[in-house]
Design a protein around this ligand. Sequence first.
Ligand code: FAD
Length: 531
Amino acid sequence: MSTHKAALCKVQMLKLFLTSARCVRITRFHGVCGLSTSTPASSPKVCIVGGGPAGFYTAQHLVKTRTDVQVDIYERLPVPFGLVRFGVAPDHPEVKNVINTFTQTAQHARCSFHGNVRVGKDVTVEELQEAYHAVVLSYGAEGNRTMGVPGEDLAGVYSAKDFVGWYNGLPRNRELRPDLSCETAVILGQGNVALDVARMLLSPVDILKKTDITQHALDALAESSVRRVLIVGRRGPLQVACTIKELREMVNLPGTRPEMEASEFEGIAETLKSLARPRKRLTELLLKAAIETPGEEELEKRNRAERAWGFRFLRRPLEVLPSTDLIRAAGIRLAVNRLEGDGEGVRAVATGEVEDVECGLVISSIGYKSLPIDPAVPFDTRKAIIPNTMGRVQQTAGLYCSGWVKRGPTGVIATTMNDSFDTARTLLQDIGKGTLDVSTVKPGSQGVSALLEKRGVKPVSFSDWEKIDSEETRRGETRGKPREKMLDVGEMLQQSCDFLPSSTVILTNHGRERGLLESCGPGASCRNLQS
Ligand code: FAD
């Protein structure tokens, strides 16, 4: 939001507050902040669902390419940036620099951010289609794939999604409190997320404490007894799904040594010549860590290391084994596989052999999964994506999608950027060709604000987020970290309206994540209510 708009918004809110009675329903205020004063009434109005990379990159391309388009981003949480905030590992601050670009987009005169609005619940997709010429669904992949094996529900078994959410401060995961009292952890899956989790479990706390990892996770990791992490995959060393950067970070992680089975690498060195360059470099590094005799310096590092990590190949989970009291995970039973076929078509086939591994912590990192948002939107349940052609949602005019919900939960932020630019291009082409009708006047955010107000939902503007941001940064500074994230939606909402007096009551119609704030004002307390 521009400074002018932010100031206007604040003045309007202050005026309303001054004329109001002791109790103010905050829902009276919203809608004023996100309104564009400069765009003509007939300009194309587009709304985007989801304030992650896909949402921001789609918005960026739209406002940059066409000078009359007005874009509103609706985000479920009061804070923007999706997995850049809640997924990317705390020790990857350079990846988070994309936030600067997203901030520029959010502050563009023709773009507005409306946080704390859950589409599909607070407002339906059909209502958004009424209010806008086009709706772009960019709401990511908030579900996760399950292993589907007995024992999956035992204490000590977590999805990587929840574990990552816990150390990154996702409100719904703040109570996870993973039990880190065991010596061995098994991670199922060998992608970059699996390696992020392994690194978080094994990194020296002195490194982590300078990152934006949440303090509660840092405290738990400082007390952790985990000394050994096994990263298990169905297929072989030539099929690992991580990238070389993440593998190199594991290899170079201070205080750790690789611990792998040399027999699992038989015949791999001979295949190197036939591999494409990225796979070849990855495999060379893997071989170096797994079977090469280390030089003097590396040997010394490994001898001093108190923690170990290693890949285990050709293994599929069969069952999480319970402790004697049947409450906790005490191990995992793995089926031993062999590979059939070659190249891209290689398949893992069970040999009939099984292996039990003792461990008290099991983290399944077998993939995120998009979920349907609204019955009005087509959804391919098999592929867990919105069926689309180049971003156009099939059989639904005016509806588009971008990011993970469009193509599935794979690919880095750069992949998501290209994919989102493609969707924006498709949408603009449709306007150009006249297949997307923008001739009628649509109310845009004004119409949606009225609906939200009626439903008691208080959107959070980008300047509201900036208040949360500066408070988090301030809290971080006191601890020598880039930020200390707020973990509670109620606290975020309180921070975003910190100029309201302590007698104000904010009413929202939501449960745990939305919260009901009482006595919202500096130093006032807030509490959540289950709805
Ligand atoms: P998301 O980032 O998930 O954004 C979707 C947004 O939609 C979220 O903000 C969500 O709150 C919102 N939303 C959901 N439902 C609703 C609703 N009903 N109404 C309104 N809003 C809604 N890439 C890299 O390049 N480098 C990395 O180091 C890296 N690390 C990663 C680590 C992890 C653990 C994960 C999972 C991914 C990582 N990625 C990384 C990949 C990157 O995060 C993704 O490519 C990117 O975030 C996908 O963007 P998206 O906008 O489609 O989804």
